[in-house]
Design a binder for this molecule. Structure first.
Ligand SMILES: [Cu+2]
Length: 151
């Protein structure tokens, strides 16, 4: 009997977590990315340093294609961690001009080495204000957090 109960609990947990997963990011991202007019893309350079991002609140327009150039101009590694934001956008790719590109349905964090640059290509979809912060120990406490608003 105990085994049956735990199977039911496990099944429910799997169902629940897969449902949450499906709702937690833009599932038709490739359609949105494909329909976007990338000739109208706006490029925004974001610099990361000790211990801040080069914006306090970044305002983006929904349905407007963007390239965020994430650049680490500091002397330490930094993260662009923004789990809610990445789930609110249709991601096209993350590209390094030197090393290639990564295509994924969404990201949760992007890490920049000292002197590194990665470009995030995406279309904002879900309106709201989302936190971005550095997950390296102590950096957020030093002030390395900002917000991104999709209007
Ligand atoms: Cu940092």
């Amino acid at each position: 009997m105990k085994k049956v109960v735990s199977s039911i609990v496990l099944g429910a947990t799997l169902l629940l977590s897969s449902g949450v997963f499906a709702e937690s990011y833009i599932t038709n991202a490739s359609d949105i990315v494909g329909a976007a007019d990338w000739d109208t893309m706006k490029t925004i350079r974001i610099e990361m340093d000790e211990f801040e991002y080069s914006f306090e609140n970044l305002e983006l327009e929904a349905n407007q294609p963007y390239k965020l150039e994430l650049v680490n101009i500091g002397e330490k590694k930094h993260y662009f961690t923004a789990p809610e934001f990445y789930r609110a956008i249709a991601t096209r790719k993350v590209q390094s001009n030197q090393d290639g590109e990564i295509k994924a349905p969404y990201f949760t964090a992007i890490e920049l080495m000292v002197g590194g640059q990665l470009d995030l290509y995406f279309v904002p979809v879900t309106q709201g204000t989302f936190d971005v912060f550095c997950t390296i120990k102590g950096h957020k406490d030093e002030g390395m957090e900002s917000t991104i608003t999709i209007k």
